[in-house]
Ligand binder design. Structure first.
Ligand code: SF4
Ligand code: SF4
Length: 428
């Protein structure tokens, strides 16, 4: 039974928990709050009480389930193999069934479902963003802070909206001479609207491999913000829209450069659409040919080493939770980085520790998000590198904010951007 349909679906997972508390040692929330409700064990107890009818899923209870970055660190440190990721998703879906979607999130998810209107809003936002955002001087990136504190963290640094979205920069089919295969790029929202440089790097690197890239115009948000917040109805609408758009053009494989989008295509769509006879098959089909870009370049079409030029960078790599624990991808980006002439990879203390971004978590719990981020930034500072590489635009945002506030001169990039730089250097 899908975790999105009923709280009963996690009964077995709840029974596996022996309340040992091992999850405390790795939970980024518990590390900062020292409160039992912050950790998996505390939330498991709450879910058990709700299932047994001893307590109700009130609004206050829903708030407690919001205290989780869904980093999955507790999964890996649990001696009983409890899949807390399933528990938290089921609990949040139950919270929405009982309490409805929070009004602010409801507006956001409704907008994400109306793609044309959303595009228009983001375009208008890119023109008028100076009203709410104050640009900060940074030689690496276009970044800004909020002019007025609206409760989402006044210290937070944001990337500025791109003047042109990634999807409008390219034709739907990007042709190459004698293509060896056809790959569909799922851009995701952050890469489409903010970090278009990441998307351009993906297209550039795939073209180097003689791959024809298609960017279906009908795609939109992957729906992870909705599914992670329990709005299963909206998440299903978004999943179906994407499946339709990609099925229409067809491709040998689908590539993403965002860890959450990758999780959506590989794991979430199938579970969301479990009871939908029309779309379940499509979701499974596309899940089987979805790849993170680093996974694709190592396992599917090994990237060309000839033609790589020197890129002198001291790089440390941050593992996005949904790429590392969610998809088991951590060797691949490192392999790419180590292949680039001139790149020195220096590991930070705990590269797999959550950066504290977690999508809307960082907006709902800004102070906690910054505390978690500060630990990550301190680990980065100790590496004495000049570049932080990662595999997710959301992590990039959080890491950029952290290093900027700490006064570190670190450029934060996706690993594939450094690979694209290397191909460019090789042509000089
Ligand atoms: S580590 Fe696993 S078994 Fe132990 S309390 Fe946490 S979830 Fe339960
Ligand atoms: S998923 Fe991460 S944040 Fe959530 S309870 Fe587990 S360790 Fe803590």
């Amino acid at each position: 039974m899908s975790v999105y349909n009923s709280l009963d679906s996690i009964t077995e997972e709840l029974h596996k928990c022996m309340k040992c508390g091992n999850c405390q040692a790795v939970c980024p929330i518990y590390k900062e709050t020292r409160q039992e409700v912050g950790v998996a064990r505390g939330k498991i107890s709450l879910a058990e009480f709700i299932l047994s009818g001893e307590i109700e899923m009130t609004a206050g209870m829903a708030d407690r389930f919001s205290l989780c970055t869904t980093c999955m660190a507790c999964n890996t440190n649990c001696p009983c193999g409890v899949r807390f990721d399933k528990i938290i998703l089921a609990a949040r879906a139950e919270a929405v069934r009982k309490q409805g979607v929070h009004s602010v999130k409801k507006i956001a998810f409704t907008a994400l479902k109306m793609q044309r209107m959303f595009d228009f809003g983001m375009k208008a936002g890119s023109i008028f963003q100076g009203v709410g955002l104050k640009r900060i001087p940074n030689k690496h990136s276009r970044m800004a802070r909020m002019r007025v504190d609206i409760g989402i963290g006044k210290e937070k640094v944001f990337p500025m909206l791109a003047g042109k979205t990634l999807r409008s920069e390219f034709p739907e089919v990007i042709k190459v001479k004698n293509p060896k295969m056809r790959v569909a790029l799922f851009t995701g929202c952050m890469i489409n609207y903010f970090y278009t440089d990441m998307g351009r790097a993906v297209v550039e690197v795939l073209a180097e491999q003689d791959i024809e890239v298609i960017i279906p115009k009908g795609q939109g948000c992957c729906g992870i913000p909705a599914s992670v917040n329990g709005d299963v109805v909206s998440a299903r609408v978004m999943a179906k829209r994407n499946l339709r758009a990609f099925e229409k053009l067809g491709a040998d494989a689908l590539v993403v450069a965002c860890s959450s989008c990758g999780t959506a295509w590989k794991h979430v769509f199938g579970e969301l659409l479990e009871n939908d006879p029309e779309f379940k098959g499509l979701a499974d089909k596309w899940a089987g040919k979805s790849y993170d870009i680093s996974e694709f370049l190592i396992h599917k079409v090994p990237f060309k080493k000839e033609g790589l030029g020197r890129v002198a960078r001291k790089v440390t790599y941050h593992d996005p939770c949904h790429l590392n624990r969610g998809q088991g991808i951590y060797k691949e980006p490192r392999e790419i980085l180590k292949s680039i002439p001139g790149v020195e990879l220096i590991e930070m203390k705990e590269p797999g520790r959550c950066c504290g971004m977690a999508g809307s978590f960082s907006l709902v719990h800004p102070d906690l998000s910054v505390l978690i981020s500060d630990r990550k930034t301190a680990d980065i500072a100790q590496t004495h590198t000049d570049t932080v590489a990662t595999g997710c635009p959301a992590c990039r945002l959080q890491l950029q904010s952290g290093v900027e506030n700490a006064g570190l001169d670190e450029e934060v990039l996706h690993a594939v951007q450094i690979l694209a730089q290397s191909y460019r250097a090789g042509k000089k």
